[in-house]
Every structure is written in structure tokens, then in C-alpha cells.
Design a protein around this ligand. Structure first.
Ligand code: G3P
Ligand code: MG
Length: 239
């Protein structure tokens, strides 16, 4: 599997409100070839782009994402907390984000981000929506239950396990999810763990890398891609 080297984190990184369509548009304008975003289920089962289980940090709303319908979320301001200039940005649906990625030619890492207790359901539903998309994408999740449910729903979609430090049972988790890659935290990466993943023939992508020198060191070690909040640090030719 060929990864874009530089993957804009939460759509457009720190330059735009996270997990918004404005972020995807900016990532494309910067020359990014790939983006990552988080997909969670609204109360009506529609997958939407949001990171936290609660609304307060990134939107003008209050309470749990899982208690709000997708129609309510579509009316929320999900941009004004980043900057008033983005106050018109709603919480997008996964379908809207995937359609825009396809139109912009962006590869998408859809991170399945279940709210507590909805792991398998979220994996199933996100995979169903992703399977209907036309663009190139990859699914990942910290939740093994979500990733395995996604595999059962749409086995043809590429998947990566998502971890902080690479755990002792990473091979079992890769096998259970039928994963083709490993995503791990840059700060917790050891040369030994990277060598083991690479020896198994799997690419490794690291989050969240916001300095060019850190990324260069990781690429030199054999990391395939980095997730970054600062995609503006790289010229398009290096993405
Ligand atoms: O998918 C990589 C990265 O996004 C995982 O961490 O918390 O930003 O979703 P988080
Ligand atoms: Mg994420």
C-alpha cells in the first residue's frame, strides 16, 4: 500500500477547525495528497466527523454527540471556536467528507471513533458508508471491536490498527482485523518496534508530528507517513 507521506490530521490540521470541510479544502490547496479525520455516530446512526464524545471543545453545542441527531449537528457551529471567521462551518457527515475528498482527489484515512458502547455498530456503519465512496481511503481505529466489525462489513477496504505505543500483541491485533498497516504515536516509537513491523512487511504511519526535523528523522528510520497539524510546513512536492 502506498501512503501519502504527509497526512493532514483532523482534515486540515491546526490551520482550520478540526474535522470540517474547510479543513479538507485547505489541505487540498496546500498540496496535501492525504487527510485523516474521525468518524462517530450521531443519535440517529449517521456517521459524522468529530473527535470528542462531547461537543463543548470544538462546537458551540453542549452534551454528547451520541444524543444529537445528524440534523442537529449539521446546524451547530463547529468552526467559531477555532476562529470567528469559521463560524459557519457545521459538523459534516462522513458522506459529505468522503464526497469532497473524492472531488478534491484526497486519499482519506477514516478513523473510526466510536462513542463508548457503540464500538461494533460504529465500525459496521462507517465501513458501509466508506464502501459506497468513490475515492481512495483506509480505515483505522483504536478500537479492535470497531475495526473487526468494519472488516466483517466491508472486507475489501484497507485497514490499519491504531495504537499509542506498539503493544506486545500487535501481530494478533493486525491478524484479527485483517490490517495492512500500523498507525502509532511518534513519541512512543522505538527502533525495535518499528523494525518488527517493517519485518512483517507492514507500513507504519506516526501521529502527530508537527516539526519537519522530527518527520525527517522518522522517515530516515523507515516510517512511511506522518500525520501532522502543520501540513503548511511542507512544499507540495514533498507531500
Ligand atoms: O489517526 C491518527 C490520530 O488521529 C489518532 O489520534 O486522538 O487525534 O484521533 P486522535
Ligand atoms: Mg484521529
Amino acid at each position: 500500500m502506498i501512503y501519502p507521506r504527509i497526512i493532514a490530521h483532523r482534515c486540515g490540521g491546526a490551520l482550520t477547525p478540526e474535522n470540517t470541510l474547510a479543513g479538507l479544502r485547505l489541505a487540498a490547496r496546500l498540496g496535501c495528497r492525504g487527510v485523516e479525520f474521525d468518524a462517530m455516530l450521531a443519535a440517529d446512526g449517521v456517521p459524522v466527523l468529530i473527535h470528542d464524545e462531547t461537543l463543548e471543545r470544538t462546537t458551540a453545542g453542549r452534551g454528547a454527540v451520541a444524543d444529537m441527531s445528524s440534523a442537529q449537528l449539521a446546524r451547530l457551529d463547529a468552526g467559531g471556536r477555532h476562529h470567528p471567521a469559521f463560524a459557519v462551518e457545521p459538523v459534516p457527515t462522513l458522506d459529505e467528507a468522503l464526497q469532497l475528498c473524492a472531488a478534491l482527489g484526497l486519499w482519506a484515512n477514516v478513523e473510526i471513533k466510536p462513542s463508548a458502547g457503540r464500538e461494533a455498530e460504529t465500525g459496521r456503519v462507517v465501513a458501509r458508508h466508506a464502501a459506497a465512496a468513490t475515492g481512495k481511503l483506509l480505515l483505522s481505529s483504536f478500537s479492535s471491536a470497531a475495526l473487526c466489525a468494519a472488516a466483517a462489513e466491508a472486507a475489501q477496504l484497507p485497514r490499519a490498527i491504531l495504537v499509542e505505543a506498539i503493544p506486545p500483541d500487535w501481530r494478533e491485533r493486525v491478524a484479527a482485523a485483517g490490517a495492512l498497516a500500523v498507525h502509532s504515536a511518534a513519541r512512543a516509537l522505538t527502533a525495535e518496534a518499528l523494525a518488527a513491523v517493517r519485518a512483517a512487511g507492514l507500513p507504519l504511519a506516526c501521529y502527530t508530528v508537527n516539526r519537519r526535523d522530527d518527520a525527517a528523522r522518522l522517515f530516515a528510520m523507515g516510517v512511511s507517513a506522518v500525520f501532522t497539524d502543520r501540513p503548511d510546513l511542507w512544499p507540495a512536492a514533498e507531500m
